[in-house]
Design a protein. Structure first.
Ligand SMILES: Cc1ncc(C[n+]2csc(CCOP(=O)(O)OP(=O)(O)O)c2C)c(N)n1
Ligand SMILES: Cc1ncc(C[n+]2csc(CCOP(=O)(O)OP(=O)(O)O)c2C)c(N)n1
Ligand SMILES: [Mg+2]
Ligand SMILES: [Mg+2]
Lengths: 323, 330, 330, 323
């Protein structure tokens, strides 16, 4: 855990808020999947909240973020409206994408969340391209892109790292290394144990951090973002984490030992951060409770907003094909 | 000849059966793809690794491009790889290796190399998988000399065509429509059940109009034909099963009898297989046609996520009925 | 209005001119591709880096997939990238980013994002570049909602359509046929020379048969029309110029007049644009057709290397004449 | 230069033979391009002969080789028949591919040269796939694949390295690093100076060698091949070299300083090897002369064979589309 000095009460509160919001949001999503209010292929990242919360906490509103297929967390951490997000997952007209995108294709342009992707690795080059524009804007904007350990075996990943390095672009690659791609462990996908070593090959400054330690994530992200903002080029963060649930909502995840899941439950990033907050008295018990309660209320309100939003009408099918 | 044994199988189980049987029959057959050794997301390869080992049932990283090439490199040395591309949407990452290498090596080498390769993949808009997990892209591959394209509609054909594809000495793109996976049907066992590529099946005889339907559209067409029969319109339903080679003869014969043709597929109409079948059919049977050839496909849009939109997006029996009615008036 | 100034330019020079003019007009326009800053292999981008700097004329590594994605990521933030894919054969490496990202982002985002992107590439079998440097793949992209497809046949259209494509707010695939690069023609200057996407050009008026020809086939069709005229057959030659959107109206009007239609392209016939145009045209003008719609394309083979085979492979005026003669007898 | 002890007279003679054959073959090809007897897009590797000659000299006949677009040299080094090769370049019916393939698509299956490619990086995964079969054959066969520095920025390159590493396959990646991809130097394509470092990331044993020193190339290849044959997995060889001619026959190559070309001319691998042979008295002057003369004769005979071969007939166009 980062030293207490790194975190003041305000920051702790913000991080806790984000983490609670993501956690409760995704638990609510899981419920709504169960009742078929949310259709489709939905990937939640319960257990991985510290990554999005920590990294995005150092971003400005005019920075940009791209996600993977597991993209609710970074969208929320970047400030997406929960109601419009939930409505999108429920395929409603009030969703960010008017019900046309869905869980893997969240776009919340108003807050700079530029998109998730259904294709593993698919947003990596987009992030590089957006970073090229940010560099030219000269306003210190940066782009952050999230992807899993499984994406690091895709050609697009390597091409994207090379381009970012070559052109010295303000893009931060955030690898959410949760040790699995679908049903198989990382060791079945590559002999490369530290995915950050790919960045080293391209001379991209990189750090591997405990991805369940929100303070550590935040600190590492802060360094990378500072470098990128200052024109120092790309950064790479490998966050070691774990998804406590299945690959998609509904996946019984029998391919993992219960003991393994149990070990990681003990490292639940939210619980760990709550302990840190208590240990260092960053917030009072009342404050902590209020954060959770408010998050719960906001998530519930979002669910209500979503379910109150009408589904799109058939005549919407053919709009937005061409601009 | 003793009557061939039959089993009731799901489409998915028929796929698994074909893979098992061919792997048992020929040690050259191997399976590669993401998570195939643990059955894959839909269970199509379940049990194979246990039976044939992980040297023949190979899990791969998320590297569709190179994995396709690996299969080609194994095929030219005599293997018969069956590569799984989890969703046809991701074949976009392997187009170079499939189109530039697999499809052309036999030709470019003047016949020195052969590429006996099957690419299994699934497609279709169902379950709100959204725009990047729902496409139907079979039409692209009709335009690629060197590749064969197969799209079964029934469990029996799933097994029979997959076995034929594996034994074929060319790259065969074997497209499974996800919506069919849990449909059931009688499947003949043994060699008798093999379905040679390039032969259409007449699913229902009829006199007034020919409906050529692909994959999941076959059952929609059959249910449309049932409704049309009540109105006194007799529709013949043809399932081409393999798109290249295409059994134009069966289609043309039918059109010469019915004088009207509708082609139905789930893929977006524009640039789809319907256009190609229409082209060939009107050329073969122009003088018999009493009306323009019609086609029915998805609208020209990416696949929408919302269930409401998705349902409206995929052609169905009602749309087939309406189109046939229109066709009969022409 | 003052008469627009005209210059005699090669097709290539017209491309360069369009790029220069649009880059000068709009600082958002940028060019990316392998060796573009040194002009590229055919010189299409020559002089741009000197004029606009290497921040706007960006050499890239051999990473077609990611470079396509980079262009998309720049486009959504307001740039107007013109990406060069050196040979359309290599677009196979960028299909995911073009088809899954560029084409769908506007739709998937419910209109939040726009992707004003031009993909310039060249195609065609000429000069024995062989099977992986000669394909014509335009048909694939007619099947991709969200993408527009343009294929100019003259220097004037090369300039006029490229300028329109760059100003379009959607991904436009701009396909240049290599064999046309050194052909010359009059090019109008200024805004007047812009050619809106979706309007066909009637290259020669005629009464007896409509020949729709793509890109380099336009001049073959014109020379065929000349020969046919001597036999008393009057052929109308239509250059669709843009394949999506397609100017069906102009084609259908012509067919209603001539009652016969032939579509000619260099791409292999099966699964090609000819099938789609035929489908749409027979639907629009069925009652006017006196003969089946015919198409002429390359045989269903990879592109052969040997000059003898390559020459025989590409459709030409003689083949057009023969097909029209056949069509007139039907 | 590898110590004299590494090379006996027989080996020296074989290496010299291969290098002279490649050099003279490609010079003849260049002439035939000039007279349009050879059409198309032809890439010669004059100045790079030591790479193919050195590496392939340690291969067995039942090993396999894949080339890049610049693939005459490895085909020759693997033992391809010069007449059939030249006939293929000339688009004749007697060519290896019956005139259908051409310079970038040479296949000489009889000697295990499995193919070149027109797509940069295109044969890398094929080599991995063939190596998978070799591994299972258990006869100690290996696969060698040649590619340029420009290919190392392609996604397929990285995916292929990962697969070879993961599956521990007997494939040797031979990077002909000639410092240019078409008209731009490597530095415009990547910040990675030593391409072999990509192999390091995947724990693939690698060596960067002077690619104009045939002895050094041979020795490094021998080590990699020995490891692969013994089941020790893949190897990676980065050979630093230079093409003395343009990118393709006809390219004036104005993008390079004359001084640079001049420097490399001094390092001409053939001349350097001739000096070594003389210095260490590996062959007599007569023997050396005989090697050159015979190579010249064989190349000339090949050209005659090629030009005597009739072009294919049109009815051949549609054969070999399907097996
Ligand atoms: C190109 C591509 N191949 C395969 C898939 C199917 N798929 C979806 S998620 C996934 C695993 C991704 O693993 P990782 O990148 O580690 O992300 P995680 O799911 O662990 O967050 C796979 C194989 C896909 N979506 N895209
Ligand atoms: C995928 C792809 N992109 C672009 C090209 C065009 N091209 C042909 S050779 C070449 C440069 C290759 O450089 P390198 O790999 O270093 O090989 P070299 O030519 O130096 O031997 C390029 C860009 C191609 N053939 N394939
Ligand atoms: Mg993972
Ligand atoms: Mg090079």
């Amino acid at each position: 855990m980062a030293a207490k000095s790194q975190l003041d009460g305000g920051t702790a509160q913000a991080l806790l808020e984000t983490m609670w919001t993501i956690r409760l949001f995704e638990e609510r999503v899981t419920e709504l999947c169960g009742t078929n209010e949310i259709p489709g292929l939905t990937h939640v990242g319960i257990g991985q909240e510290a990554v999005a919360a920590g990294t995005c906490s150092v971003l400005r509103r005019d920075d940009y973020v791209y996600g993977s297929h597991r993209c609710h967390a970074p969208a929320i951490a970047k400030g997406a409206d929960l109601g419009r997000l939930m409505a999108e997952l429920a395929g409603r007209s009030g969703g960010y994408c008017a019900g046309k995108g869905g869980s893997m294709h969240i776009v919340a342009a108003e807050v700079g969340f530029l998109s998730g992707t259904g294709v593993v690795g698919g947003t990596l080059p987009l992030a590089v391209g957006s970073a090229l524009v940010c560099r030219d804007h000269g306003r210190g904007q940066v782009v952050m892109v999230f992807f899993g350990d499984g994406a690091a075996q895709a050609g697009l990943f390597h091409e994207s790292l090379n381009l970012a390095s070559l052109w010295e672009l303000p893009v931060i690659f955030v690898c959410e290394n949760n040790g699995y791609a679908e049903f198989t462990p990382l060791s079945a996908h590559t002999k490369v144990e530290r995915l950050a070593s790919h960045a080293t090959t391209y001379a991209i400054p990189c750090r591997t951090v405990d991805g369940n330690d929100v303070g550590a994530v935040r600190q590492a992200a802060a360094e990378a973002v500072e470098t990128a903002r200052g024109g120092g080029g790309p950064g790479f963060l490998e966050c070691l984490t774990y998804r406590l649930r299945g690959h998609y909502v509904g996946d019984p995840a029998k391919y993992r030992e219960l003991s393994e899941v149990g070990e990681w439950k003990k490292k639940d990033p939210l619980q760990r951060f709550l302990e840190v907050v208590a240990r260092h008295a960053l917030l009072t018990a009342e404050e902590v409770e209020a954060v959770e309660r408010q998050a719960r209320e906001r998530v519930e309100a979002a669910a209500q907003t979503a379910l109150a939003s009408p589904p799109p009408t058939i005549d919407q099918t053919e709009s937005h094909v061409y601009a | 000849m003793p009557e061939a044994a039959q089993r009731e199988l799901t489409f998915l189980a028929a796929i698994t059966a074909a893979l098992k049987e061919e792997m048992a029959r020929d040690a050259a057959v191997m399976v590669l793809g993401e998570d195939v050794a643990v059955g894959g997301p839909f269970g199509a390869t379940r049990g194979l690794a246990e039976e044939f080992g992980t040297a023949r049932v190979v899990n791969t990283p998320i590297s569709e491009g190179a994995v396709m090439g690996v299969a080609v490199g194994a095929a030219v040395l005599g293997r018969r790889p069956v590569v799984e591309i989890m969703f046809i949407d991701f074949i976009t990452l392997a187009m170079d290796q499939l189109v530039n290498q697999a499809a052309k090596l036999h030709y470019m080498s003047g016949g020195q190399l052969r590429v006996p390769l099957v690419v299994r993949t699934q497609c279709g808009a169902t379950g709100s998988y959204a725009a990047q997990h729902s496409q139907c892209l079979e039409a692209w591959f009709l335009h690629v000399p060197g590749v064969k394209v197969v799209m079964p509609a029934t469990p029996a054909d799933a097994r029979g065509l997959l076995k034929a594809a594996i034994r074929d000495d060319n790259p065969v793109l074997f497209i499974e429509q996800r919506g069919l996976y849990w449909s059931k049907g009688a499947v003949e066992e043994g060699e008798a059940g093999i379905v040679p590529l390039g032969r259409a099946a007449i699913r229902r005889g009829g006199e007034d109009v020919t409906v050529v339907a692909l994959a999941s559209m076959v059952s929609e067409a059959l249910s449309a034909a049932g409704q049309l029969a009540e109105e006194g319109i007799s529709a013949e339903v043809i399932d081409p099963r393999s798109l290249h080679p295409l059994d134009l003869e069966t289609i043309a014969e039918s059109v010469k009898k019915t004088h009207r043709l509708l082609i139905v597929h789930e893929a977006v109409a524009q640039g789809g297989v319907g256009a190609e079948v229409a082209m060939q059919a009107q050329l073969a049977a122009f003088n018999y046609l009493d009306a323009p050839v019609r086609r029915l496909g998805a609208p020209f849009t990416p696949v929408p996520y919302s269930p409401v939109l998705e349902r409206g997006y995929v052609p169905n029996a009602a749309a087939i009925v309406a189109t046939v009615q229109q066709l009969m008036r022409e």
